[in-house]
Design a binder for this molecule. Structure first.
Ligand code: FAS
Ligand code: PHB
Length: 393
């Protein structure tokens, strides 16, 4: 049995786990990351695409901003579209804040490279990861690695292991509640080798359903279609996907350019929030503690804001002050519920609700009225701008 000790043991090498380890290293606090998948798997995941201004500031402060500055695309706003009309909502004009289009995959690539250069201890392909003695001051992590049993004893364990991880599941059922909400639709997402047909993201409510035009670079487009949650990707040929995107995004005088689809997948739309993000010597960050539908571009950004708050608490702890750490769970959950309500608002605003035709038609016209209000009211647009660009920490 290989036995190590560290200050913070982090379970999961997604963006939350890698960023927390990096933020702690930046303040001289050692940690070890334990990941059950391969590094290639971690690097290959295609997920979020938009960084809030606060996320960019955090990554830049930690020395991870070089490629964001050179390759990221700063957007002043978005387009909202319904009933064949497209309106730009300019966040920068309204509240002086922006967002940056820079894929989660790039954030993870930057983090993996930084950790590699720094010689961080990250165990990939760890088997049978388990956490122990969470109620004690010396919690432990056990796992197998390269055929050998390992044990890490730490001051704290942080669950950055996503929705299906082991950490939240290790909190006794009597001590935690999960609040969940599922939506009656899903997103079919594609990556296409074609220059974006728009300068900023387009969110469109169409009679046939939601569609969105995002991007990953000046040569790669990222687009989404609302589909039924039970939909099978095999039913969606490239031609069918492009036809639906042309229908749902088209406005007079504008052309959606098509290209080779290099990736397509269907993602369910759901929300969940754990009732606590701290349990004795265990803390939860990111998807281990909450999930949001991707409509408001909040999943990755919530993970980054959790990490920013928890890192501050741990740094203060080792400086002798436990006030911030003691408030982490409450502060992170308060911020998360504001993110949840915004994501729910954006999702319900922009998707065709299934159901019988009459209630469906009423909902649709109510949505059109809401979009009409938002696109013509500066007050409503300021609300949207403040939430989309990110709540201050
Ligand atoms: P992650 O799930 O990214 O990482 C958790 C890590 O823990 C993984 O590497 C996993 O392998 C590892 N792990 C799990 N169990 C373990 C165990 N037992 N032991 C050790 N390691 C373990 N967000 C947006 O903002 N916009 C989007 O468009 C968007 N699209 C998405 C599309 C999909 C298909 C999905 C699933 C999510 C999407 N998200 C999006 C949300 C997503 O970006 C998450 O919010 C983000 O990955 C959260 O990061 P982490 O908390 O690090 O969790
Ligand atoms: C993306 O580019 O993947 C993306 C952007 C904005 C969203 C959701 C997804 O709201």
């Amino acid at each position: 049995m290989s036995h190590e000790t560290t200050r913070v043991a982090i379970i999961g090498a997604g963006p939350a786990g890698l960023l927390l380890s990096w933020a702690l290293r930046d303040s001289g606090i050692d940690s070890i990351v334990v990941e059950n998948r391969s590094q290639d798997y971690v690097l290959a995941r295609i997920r979020a695409g938009v960084l809030e201004q606060g996320s960019v500031e955090t990554l830049t402060r930690l020395g991870l901003g070089a490629r964001i500055r050179s390759e990221g695309m700063v957007h002043n706003g978005i387009y909202l579209q319904a009933a064949g009309e497209r309106h730009n909502v300019n966040f920068h004009d309204l509240i002086g804040r922006t967002v940056t289009v820079y894929g989660q995959q790039e954030v993870v690539k930057d983090l993996v490279a930084a950790h590699s250069d720094a010689g961080s201890t990250i165990y990939y392909e760890a088997a049978d990861v388990a956490v122990h003695d969470l109620e004690s001051a010396r919690p432990r992590v056990t796992f197998g690695h390269a055929g050998e049993p390992h044990e890490i004893t730490a001051d704290f364990i942080v669950g950055a292991d996503g929705f299906h991880g082991v950490c939240r599941a290790s909190i006794p059922d009597r001590d935690i509640t999960l609040y969940a909400h599922s939506y009656p639709f899903a997103w079919l997402g594609i990556l296409a080798d074609v220059a974006p047909s728009t300068d900023e993201l387009i969110y469109s409510l169409h009679d046939d359903g939601f569609a969105m035009h995002s991007m990953r670079s000046h040569t790669v487009s990222r687009l989404y279609l609302q589909v039924d949650p039970a939909e099978d990707i095999a039913n969606w040929s490239d031609d069918r996907i492009w036809d639906a995107l042309q229908t749902r995004l088209g406005v007079p005088g504008w052309t959606l350019h098509e290209g080779t689809i290099t990736e397509k997948s269907i993602t369910p739309m759901r929300s969940f929030v754990a009732s606590r993000l701290d349990y004795h010597s265990l803390f939860l960050v990111g998807d281990a503690g909450h999930i949001v539908p991707p409509t408001g571009a909040k999943g990755l950004n919530s993970a980054i804001s959790d990490v920013t708050m928890l890192a501050a608490g741990l740094i203060d702890h080792y400086a002798g002050d436990d006030a911030t750490l003691g408030r982490y769970g409450e502060a992170a959950l308060a911020r998360q519920w504001k993110v949840q309500q915004f994501s729910q608002w954006m999702t319900e605003l922009l998707h065709r609700h299934p159901g019988d035709l009459q209630s469906n038609e009423f909902d649709y016209r109510s949505q059109l009225g809401r979009i009409d209000y938002v696109t013509h009211s500066l007050h409503a647009q300021r609300m949207l701008a403040e939430q989309y660009t990110g709540f201050p920490l």
